[in-house]
Design a binder for this molecule. Structure first.
Ligand code: ZN
Length: 438
């Protein structure tokens, strides 16, 4: 169905332009008009579905740049533990996860994302075949990187098996509905050896895809790399010749001067997870430095066992606040910066022309409407400041992916939320029971 959506404000994050009395016209999966409102009568007669939000702020749909989506089932499971202990606990639970469980965890995560204005995600996890099924059914946009390693892996017992599985997921799903793409996910340089990293990189080049991995998350990991390889993780990845294939590097918290240069040289996107890094106590990534160096940063929640939300509004707010506190400088990261990190910057994570994060005409129609007619968002002085500090996911009234409304005023169009909640609770109860009885 073609759409006309009127709102009080339209915001274009890539340019920082804000216009009032705005209108978006969507035909098929494209935005065909984006700008000031014209006569409402002409639109009503055109046969488009018409929506008007008197205090609506229309912005591009948000992207969550680093997730482990079935971990939504593990929300709140392992609190107040350092990363290595946390990982050991998670890796004791994950072998009990069954394929169908991962499907329900993904459906739950996608529901949470739709209701909080997220239209796309960049994932790395096991069971990507089941995650892909959930993406296919719900209409969200995603790049999925099947995890390639075997610690805690419920799907594969060897690297060989995990690698073959990733290739078969790529064969089956890459390009599905022009909304779903498959990359490869060697977990991290400390869990995947050199030969395998090189083999996976070769395969990614052959298939014209990329790699999504974790780099320089903790000081421990950096110290271990220096002990084992006499190199820091990003230096090591460059030396073994795989960085040209890495599109997505999650975390990048502890970097040397040289490592910033390497990321920039290879055009690697840094996936920044401020809340997860804070919660696990791994540190604060130096966002102002990334901005200064011109390295593309995208915001992300990470998995739900270390966040515990899939809420990009909270992530934006937290990012701006923690940077100001950490640097003792209120100018270092602005509202404009954080909104870009979760919209236009994220276009680099998807194949060209698949997601723009701009609201521009002739781009894919991925957008959300925020209703600012609420106590927490009144008065409106600066809608862009509100995006970072006052708007929450409760203000999301409409989520549109590729021209289809997937969420509208509390209703999900492409999923059965009551069934999903029931199944998710049932699966988590079983996982906890099974792990306890071991
Ligand atoms: Zn992660």
């Amino acid at each position: 169905m073609d759409l006309v959506i009127d709102g009080k404000w339209l915001y274009y994050p890539h340019s920082g332009k804000l216009i009032t009395d705005g209108r978006i016209i969507v035909e098929g999966d494209r935005i065909v008009y984006s700008g000031q409102r014209k006569s409402p009568e002409s639109v009503k007669q055109s046969g488009h579905e018409y929506y008007n939000y008197e205090k609506g702020l229309i912005i591009p749909g948000l992207v969550n740049a680093h997730t482990h989506i079935p971990m939504t089932l593990q929300r709140g499971i392992s609190e107040n533990k350092p990363l290595q202990t946390w990982l050991e606990y998670i890796w004791s639970i994950e072998p009990h996860l069954r394929p169908k469980d991962a499907y329900w965890g993904s459906m739950l995560g996608i529901a949470e994302m739709f209701a909080s204005g997220t239209v796309g995600f960049n994932d790395q996890y096991f069971y990507s075949d089941q995650i892909a099924q959930a993406v296919h059914e719900t209409g969200i946009k995603a790049v999925l990187a099947p995890s390639i390693f075997f610690t805690g892996n419920p799907e594969s017992n060897t690297m060989e098996e995990a690698f073959n599985h990733a290739k078969s997921v790529h064969d089956k799903w890459n390009g599905d509905n022009n909304r779903l793409w498959i990359s490869f996910g060697p977990h991290a340089p400390y869990t995947v050896g050199k030969d395998w990293l090189q083999t996976i990189a070769d395969e990614a080049r052959d298939r014209g895809t990329t790699i999504h991995t974790h780099l320089n998350e903790t000081e421990y990991e950096v110290n271990e790399s220096q002990k084992t390889h006499s190199l820091r993780p990003i230096e090591y990845m460059e030396k073994i010749g795989v960085l040209d294939t890495i599109n997505s590097a999650a975390h990048c918290v502890h970097l040397s001067d040289g490592e910033y240069e390497i990321l920039k040289k290879y055009n690697v996107n840094a996936l920044h997870c401020p809340k997860s890094n804070a919660k696990i106590g791994t540190g604060v990534a130096d966002t102002p430095r990334f901005l200064k160096e011109g390295i593309n940063i995208c915001l992300a929640t990470d998995g739900q066992a270390s966040n515990n939300k899939l809420d990009m509004f909270e992530e934006m707010s937290f990012e701006a606040l923690i940077q100001k506190a950490f640097h003792k400088d209120s100018t270092v990261v602005t509202s404009t910066d954080v909104v870009k990190m979760t919209t236009s910057n994220a276009s680099a994570l998807f194949p060209q022309n698949s997601y723009s994060g701009t609201l521009l005409e002739n781009t894919r129609a991925d957008l959300i409407v925020l209703d600012l007619d609420s106590p927490a968002t009144t008065p409106v002085i600066d809608p862009v400041s509100h995006l970072c500090y006052a708007i929450g996911r409760d203000n999301v009234v409409m989520t549109v992916v590729d021209g289809s409304i997937v969420y509208h005023e509390g209703k999900f169009m492409t999923l059965d939320i009551e069934k999903i909640k029931d199944e998710a609770q049932r699966v988590t109860d079983r996982l906890l029971e099974t792990t306890k009885s071991e």
